[in-house]
Write a protein that binds this ligand. Structure first.
Ligand SMILES: Nc1ncnc2c1ncn2[C@@H]1O[C@H](/C=C/CNC(=O)c2cc([N+](=O)[O-])cc(O)c2O)[C@@H](O)[C@H]1O
Ligand SMILES: [Mg+2]
Length: 214
């Protein structure tokens, strides 16, 4: 039977990356996507912006929406301090299976909790089910139409505190215009655009960093 692109991406990790070395996993995926098959990972260029936001924030609790193959999951988790936790939500079981193996290859199982399910279902359960008090960082990279409703859900569930950071991928391409308008107009956020390019291409894209003001 035919393999899927995520399966071939995992194969490239297992062939070219060193077990237990997250940066080599990130590099292997970027090489695969740049030279073999494009895939919707945040990628190396936007990944550097992601790295700087994570390193500066030094978050204890991170939520990622949309794991896909686990590229940004591994990239973020490799920068977290010892007792920090990253919870990542993925509702496609095939992608979740691949991501689980990519995370294992990177040796980051202890820092990452991969949950198979939808953001709508699991954001309301964050506190009771995972003992999460507040989220320091939310990385949004799931369906672009879900960015705004999920942001409002995070607010309503009391998961954001003064200083919590929302970092959204693809605010230009494919784009999330309603989300962008909301965080840029709302007095409750201080928003900043980091211009970059769509992963592995020359098209414009960027990350929007929005600090919740409480
Ligand atoms: N509510 C939800 N809860 C849990 N998991 C969910 C979810 N909504 C979507 N997902 C998962 O998140 C990923 C979706 C990513 C959409 N990105 C994209 O569509 C995308 C497209 C391009 N592009 O077309 O160039 C470039 C990019 O960087 C992109 O992120 C998939 O793995 C999907 O299963
Ligand atoms: Mg993306």
């Amino acid at each position: 039977t035919q393999s899927t692109r995520p399966q071939r991406l995992l194969g490239a990790v297992q062939k070219n990356a060193t077990r237990g070395d997250p940066r080599s996993v990130v590099k292997a995926i970027d090489e695969f996507c740049r030279h073999k098959e494009w895939a919707m990972n945040v990628g190396d260029e936007k990944g550097c912006i992601l790295d700087s936001v994570v390193s500066e924030l030094n978050p204890a609790t991170v939520l990622e929406l949309g794991t896909y193959c686990g590229y940004s999951t591994v990239r973020i988790a490799s920068l977290l301090p010892p007792h920090a936790k990253l919870i990542t939500l993925e509702f496609n079981p095939d992608y979740a299976k691949i991501a689980c193996q990519v995370i294992a290859w990177a040796g980051l199982e202890d820092k990452i909790q991969l949950v198979e399910g939808s953001s709508a279902e699991w954001i309301p359960k964050m506190k009771e089910h995972f003992g999460v008090k507040m989220l320091d960082l939310v990385f949004m990279d799931h369906w672009k139409d879900d960015y705004l409703p999920d942001t409002k859900l995070l607010e309503d569930c009391g998961l954001l505190r003064k200083g919590s950071v929302l970092l959204a991928d693809n605010v230009i391409c494919p784009g999330s215009p309603d989300y962008l308008k909301y965080v840029r107009r709302s007095p409750r956020y201080k928003s900043q655009y980091f211009r970059s390019h769509l992963e592995y291409t020359k098209a414009e894209d960027g990350l929007e960093k929005s600090v919740f003001l409480g």
